[in-house]
Design a protein around this ligand. Structure first.
Ligand SMILES: [Ca+2]
Ligand SMILES: [Ca+2]
Length: 166
């Protein structure tokens, strides 16, 4: 009898613990991204790590801002399991502004921020998608034409604003 109730309480403790870890009581965002679809300068759909590497992006940084406070998360630009998608951290329910940028392999901000307002639910996720505009070819840290010279070192680049290494 005693053992049974002990097992029962252990079991309910386990259920509560699992629920605290897995259920949570906060929602988040589920973000998917494309690269340079809008201006037709990027690969648009991200199908591999190469889609990201060819425009110099290694990670996607998301800043979730509310009342001047920001929660910053970084995700791989292309995840082997998740692709060009990521689930954000637990956030309080309500309206947030998401500022999304692409980062270089050494963690510098490479792209202009794209901002989107979302309403985080009490639980579960709100689906969001953004199109990240890519950097100019002469400022993306990539040897775009494969001639061994990158950006300012490429004689074909007239300035950092030049969008062609060719
Ligand atoms: Ca380049
Ligand atoms: Ca080059």
């Amino acid at each position: 009898m005693h053992r049974q109730s002990c097992v029962a309480s252990l079991y309910s403790l386990l259920v509560v613990t699992i629920c605290l870890c897995a259920c949570g009581d906060s929602g988040s965002y589920r973000l998917s991204w494309t690269l340079g679809c809008a201006d037709a300068r990027g690969p648009c759909q991200v199908v591999s790590v190469f889609s990201c590497a060819q425009v110099g992006i290694d990670q996607v940084q998301v800043e979730a801002v509310r009342d001047g406070k920001a929660s910053v998360s970084r995700f791989p630009c292309f995840d082997r399991l998740d692709g060009a998608k990521a689930t954000g951290p637990g956030l309080a329910a309500g309206e947030f502004t998401l500022n999304v940028v692409g980062l270089t392999p050494d963690g510098h901000v490479l792209t202009d921020a794209v901002s989107q307002t979302v309403t985080i639910p009490e639980s579960g996720v709100v689906e969001v998608s953004v199109d990240i505009s890519v950097a100019k070819q002469c400022a993306d840290g990539v040897d775009n034409d494969g001639d061994g010279a990158t950006d300012a070192f490429d004689p074909q680049c007239s300035s950092a604003d030049d969008d062609s290494e060719r």
